[in-house]
Design a binder for this molecule. Sequence first.
Ligand SMILES: CSC[C@H]1O[C@H](OP(=O)(O)O)[C@H](O)[C@@H]1O
Length: 356
Amino acid sequence: MKRVMERVQTLRWNGKQIELIDQRLLPFRTEYVACDSAKSVAGAIRDMVVRGAPAIGVAAAYGIALEARRLAGTMPSVFAERLNEGFNILAASRPTAVNLFWALDRMRKLWLSHPDKSLKELSGILLQEAHAILDEDIGINRKMGQYGATLLPDGAKVLTHCNAGALATAGHGTALGVFRSAIEAGKRLSVFADETRPFLQGARLTAWELLQENIPVTLITDNMSGYLMSRGEIDAVVVGTDRVAANGDVANKIGTYMVAVLAKRHNIPFYVACPLSTIDLSLATGSDIPIEERPANEVKGFRDCHWAPEGVAIRNPAFDVTPAELVTALVTEKGIVTNDTLMKGGLSGFVKNGRQ
Ligand SMILES: CSC[C@H]1O[C@H](OP(=O)(O)O)[C@H](O)[C@@H]1O
């Protein structure tokens, strides 16, 4: 099976382990962390070595495949007990991105659908499924990008928040995939990337990722987007998402809600690039989406440079929820869902007809 080798390789299979680019070190150093078990992949997800909803899902699938491979020589009862532990460790790594649970569910269903296979055969089947999930993700992002590109006029100045690029996926990206597809379609775009405190996915990851491909990118701080919108310097906003509820409410990186409110105030379209695997129909509204609270030290500073006074109380919710009414359209690999559709009936009809 031909792998689509993207310029930026978020995850790469080396024949026996999954190697994850260490996103805590970008853009200063490009290093890979090799994982060979569910526990090591779960640690990489928890510590944000790998991050971004689709990338987390792909990594978790490899975590299960690697765990099954590790356990293939055990007794079936031990295998089942330990593999379930692997599922549990991965499921506990981060709570908000539904892709994690979508991938784990897909791997579990595959496991349970082969009760008659030897453990060696089963581990091979699970590894092939992890490869398939990786390849499918890139294909999904390219389809989504083509739909999204139709929304951006030639010469558009677009704002994105956080990193929803190749680094957040198996390749091409979701929000940045829309930009890449628009450029591939011959459109000229210039991107504003806000820094996205506290983990700085915009400053460290999006700016770096776009520079690798000579895509025009301007870095701004999070508190500049309103000013630029008020001056007519932003034509559209495109972001990614970690989970979308049945009514179209969108969970995404903290700060997204603020950008959406500002976009509404300035009549700027606010688009969300959203693979179907990120839609969670089991949740009626965004108020049901679990919001991860991350460690205070991420707010205190970055790496060795701390600026918060010792002893100060700190909050660090890693996501917020943008109500569907602020979403101009969701861009999926099966087409565009307009705000009108969202307001009239949410996503269940679209997903049931559209989802593979
Ligand atoms: C393409 S989904 C990317 C999505 O994930 C990011 O969160 P994190 O960096 O904490 O994993 C952010 O919400 C992005 O929009």
